[in-house]
Design a protein around this ligand. Structure first.
Ligand SMILES: [Zn+2]
Ligand SMILES: [Zn+2]
Length: 140
């Protein structure tokens, strides 16, 4: 699936051509703070199919709730968060779905860190996990 996106000011543009691996909402406190909103809508895509088309995002590194290192890429000009990389899942980028040109292509299938989900928020997803979801086992 081809997904294209970019930041608010347009300096950073990207394209992803791999099949999305996961489409989820994260309600962890770090994602709430980092996004300035109630949750993070993430789309995990293979790094292989990812191309930075323009711009040079900056990176903020911290330790996630899971205890793993997370690198959040953002535009230095407008501050939009673009994608995350976590140590737990090498070879995968977590696009911030709000930066996609068409976020409707990749609706969330499940949610994680529901224990810190906003009390007023009702979500229509297949699965809800109080913390991190288990890493899926290979199907082959
Ligand atoms: Zn920007
Ligand atoms: Zn999170």
């Amino acid at each position: 699936m081809e997904l294209t996106g970019g930041c608010l000011c347009g300096q950073v543009r990207y394209r992803s051509t791999g099949a999305p691996l996961r489409q989820f909402l994260c309600h962890c406190r770090d994602c709430q703070r980092s996004s300035g909103s109630a949750f993070h809508h993430g789309v995990a895509v293979p790094r292989e199919g990812f191309t930075l088309l323009s711009g040079q995002p900056a990176v903020y590194r911290s330790t996630a709730d899971s205890g793993r290192a997370i690198a959040r890429h953002f535009c230095v000009n407008c501050g939009s968060g673009l994608w995350n990389e976590i140590e737990l899942r090498p070879g995968v980028l977590g696009l911030r779905a709000g930066t996609l040109d068409d976020p409707g292509l990749v609706p969330p299938r499940y949610e994680i860190y529901a224990r810190s989900k906003a009390g007023w928020l009702v979500t229509d997803v297949l699965e809800s996990h109080p913390d991190m979801t288990p890493v899926p086992k290979p199907t082959r």
